[in-house]
Design a protein around this ligand. Structure first.
Ligand code: OGA
Ligand code: MN
Length: 289
């Protein structure tokens, strides 16, 4: 325990999990530099941080997110919060036949924006409206996934590269969720496929982690299609092993900030008729290496 009286923040690891709760912080107030440094450190160490009871405005969420880096503006401009393009509405709510947000974000395991040259450092989700059942978010530790892979397979994939594409599953998702918008040519041009290392080095900790996902990774560069598919399937198995997961059960006014360089995440889903709405800010990261 710190003896520094200026510091009010406590980092409390969640039981049986890599994730941690940040206790003693009210994000509607300015965050002192020393508190920010501890949170930043905890984000590197725990990969998923949970802040309870955060009654914050969109401006306050944006301001706090910006301390970690520049914010991304999501390609689905249809689902930006009015007047705040830095906030993406994640919601299954349909009003007057129009979806208010992205309803099926997280239907497949993924790391946010891995389909961009510079994928996201981390994403911050703030609960606005929660269903009475379901709606959990799952996180899987990709450093632990890497460490679980047998040495022979590690050696085989260590220096491979893979293609990531936003469009990989887009049409499949549109068939399931007819309200997912058809992309304009301009939107398609903004999400051209990119190549990423299969194993990336975390720029903040130097740790290796798996960096492939069932949502966005389409193929391993330089391998025949069948071999590439089989290898990806094998890696996806390690990436999503149940014992490497943290299940977040949302409580009102929860804010969760995860590290997209360290974890994959998945929306566990909830019954369609139950309303769920969260606000996401997405911090830009570095080019993976
Ligand atoms: C996201 C996402 C999962 C969820 O917002 O990036 O994947 O449970 N959300 O809503
Ligand atoms: Mn996501």
């Amino acid at each position: 325990m710190s003896t520094d009286t200026l510091t009010r923040v406590e980092i409390r690891p969640l039981p049986d999990s890599f994730a941690a709760e940040v206790v003693g912080l009210d994000l509607s107030q300015p965050v002192a530099d020393e508190d920010f440094r501890r949170i930043h450190r905890a984000h590197l160490d725990h990969h998923v941080l949970v802040f309870r009871e955060q009654r914050v405005t969109p401006e306050q969420q944006i301001e706090f997110s910006r301390r970690f880096g520049a914010l991304e503006i999501h390609v689905l401009h249809q689902f930006h919060l009015n007047g705040h393009p830095e906030i993406l509405i994640v919601s299954n709510i349909v009003e007057n036949g129009q979806p208010v947000g992205l309803g099926d974000a997280g239907y497949f395991w993924h790391s946010d924006l891995s389909y961009k040259e510079k994928p996201s450092l981390g994403s911050m989700l703030l609960a606005q409206e929660l269903p009475s059942e379901g709606g959990d978010t799952l996180f899987a530790d990709q450093h632990a996934a890497w460490e679980t892979i047998p040495p022979e397979l590690q050696a085989r994939v260590r220096h491979l590269k893979a293609e990531h594409s936003y469009l990989a599953k887009y049409e499949e998702l549109r068939e399931r969720s007819p309200w997912r918008p058809k992309l304009s040519d301009e939107q398609v041009a903004r999400v051209l496929p990119v190549v990423q290392p299969v194993v990336r080095t975390h720029p903040g900790t130097g740790r290796l982690g798996l960096f492939v996902s069932e949502h966005f990774t389409t193929r391993i560069v330089g391998l025949p299609e069948a071999e590439s598919r089989a290898l990806l399937e094998e890696l996806f198995q390690y990436a999503t092993l149940p014992q490497l997961q943290y299940r977040h059960r949302w409580q009102p006014h929860d804010m969760v900030f995860w590290d997209n360089r360290s974890v994959l995440h998945l929306a566990a889903g909830c019954p369609d008729h139950l309303r769920r709405r969260l606000h996401r800010t997405t911090v830009q990261g570095d080019k993976p290496f």
